[in-house]
Design a protein around this ligand. Structure first.
Ligand code: ZN
Length: 449
């Protein structure tokens, strides 16, 4: 009896563990993903390192050394890659003069974000998707603008991912617009991304998602000596700054503390990234960033935008924010020789598949509501068509309240659905899906009263 019970348990566990996921890749996007090259990524990083330092307060004008030369080079690459876009790519350095702030800026500084804007093909579609990395680098003393600061991984890796996505995606057409951005001033307190996020807010840009890539090309940890290039972390915050008053009451009442927009974006990154990139697991981390540390997505989430951070699984602090030196046989410094370009290729490919999917998809379904007028054990959802794009239908997503990821997808060509699952016991969301299978971000229903 006992043996058979154990056998039954083992069988049930095996059944659970072998639950199958259907992988359906769009052939064109799969081809683009295969085009992401570790050799290209390595060459961008070697070039970025060749500028000696990219400290935010290094020379803006020296043609060979410093951040000025580096950002000009990035813009030149955007222009070169943008030729394939036949006039849809616009590249420039977006500058602003910073005054000393008594903190991490001690002299008037010409801050410059390198921008490549791939304009969408649908004039009615004002959605913007942003991929960013930071171009600036640092050593142990954050104010030291003269020392060699290679910044190969922090954040040459993020900038290289931005460049590679620009190279591959420029040759493709998307209804929505994609911004390829290498911001400056990250190490001096997120100054370039704050400038860009403020600008976006003032101009009312319709930014649907921001993917911030910072430190994503090294596969090993110091101290714990873990070596693993099969996991990528995505950090997402629980609440938006806009979740105050009634919105916050709603989250408390409905138990939606894991269903904020950045967290949905993180789930999207996991699903689509793992769909297109082999031998890579996207790990959802339920916090905005690493413990007491920050990144450029924070400038966007602080303005209410949907932004996440993509970062390698294991950080090596011997190669981060370090003066180049050898001490007791340990080599310190952020050099390309400590990177894994195959790992960076996979992490870049996740970005590319997510950007291309979102920019190809219809916009989100509007006015997504769950019927609450009567007590029922089934769940009725209704929504309105997206503002832009022609959906072939919608996925209604379902998961248990303790599940981190969506577990079932119901397809419907209609704009409403009734499901025999209680809204008391499951979470729901709706996403629009295009003819080619590209999904919008998911929208959690609000009560219809
Ligand atoms: Zn960084």
């Amino acid at each position: 009896m006992r043996t058979s019970l154990l056998a039954l348990c083992a069988f049930l566990f095996a059944a659970q563990a072998s639950a199958q996921t259907t992988i359906q890749r769009d052939p064109q996007l799969a081809k683009a993903v295969a085009n992401v090259s570790s050799d290209s990524l390595r060459s961008y990083i070697n070039k970025l390192v060749s500028f000696g330092t990219r400290h935010t307060m290094s020379s803006p004008t020296d043609p060979k050394r410093g951040i000025g030369a580096a950002r000009e080079w990035v813009v030149q690459k955007f222009r070169e890659f943008g030729k394939a876009a036949e006039g849809r790519m616009n590249a420039f350095v977006d500058t602003v003069t910073l005054q000393p702030d008594g903190r991490r800026v001690d002299a008037a500084t010409l801050l410059g974000n390198a921008m490549g804007i791939l304009k969408g093909t649908d004039p009615a579609d004002d959605r913007v998707y942003i991929i960013s990395g930071h171009i600036d680098s640092r050593v142990t003393d954050v104010m030291n603008r003269n020392a060699e600061a290679p910044g190969a991984n922090d954040d040459g890796s993020g900038v290289a991912a931005v460049l590679e996505c620009a190279r591959v995606l420029s040759a493709m057409k998307f209804p929505a617009t994609i911004f390829f951005v290498a911001v400056a001033g990250e190490e001096q307190s997120l100054l370039g991304s704050t400038y860009l996020a403020n600008k976006a807010k003032a101009a009312n840009w319709n930014i649907d998602a921001v993917l911030n890539n910072d430190i994503m090309g090294s596969n090993n940890s110091n101290e714990t000596a873990i070596i693993d290039n099969t996991k990528l972390r995505v950090f997402s915050e629980a609440f938006s700054v806009q979740d105050t008053g009634r919105a916050f009451q709603n989250i408390r009442n409905l138990g939606l503390e894991n269903d904020g927009r950045p967290r949905q974006l993180a789930r999207y990154v996991k699903e689509v990234g793992e769909r297109y990139v082999d031998n890579l697991q996207v790990m959802l981390i339920y916090r905005n960033d690493r413990f007491l540390r920050g990144g450029d997505h924070t400038s966007f989430v602080n303005k209410g935008y949907t932004a996440v951070r993509l970062t390698e699984m294991n950080e090596n602090f011997n190669h981060q924010h370090q003066d180049l030196r050898t001490d007791k046989g340990v080599v310190y410094g952020d050099l390309p020789e400590f990177m894994d370009f195959e790992y960076l290729r996979k992490n870049t490919a996740v970005n590319l598949s997510v950007l291309a999917s979102l920019a190809s998809a219809p916009s989100v379904p509007q006015d997504v509501k769950v019927e609450t007028r009567n007590l029922t054990n089934s769940t009725q959802l209704a929504w309105k068509v997206p503002k832009v794009g022609k959906p072939k239908g919608y996925y209604v997503l379902l998961r248990e309240t303790t599940s981190a990821v969506w577990q079932k997808k119901f397809f419907t060509p209609e704009t409403s659905i009734s499901l025999p699952y209680s809204k008391d016991n499951y979470f729901f969301a709706v996403q629009a899906v295009s003819e080619n299978g590209f999904e919008s971000l998911m929208v959690v229903p609000t009560p219809a009263r």
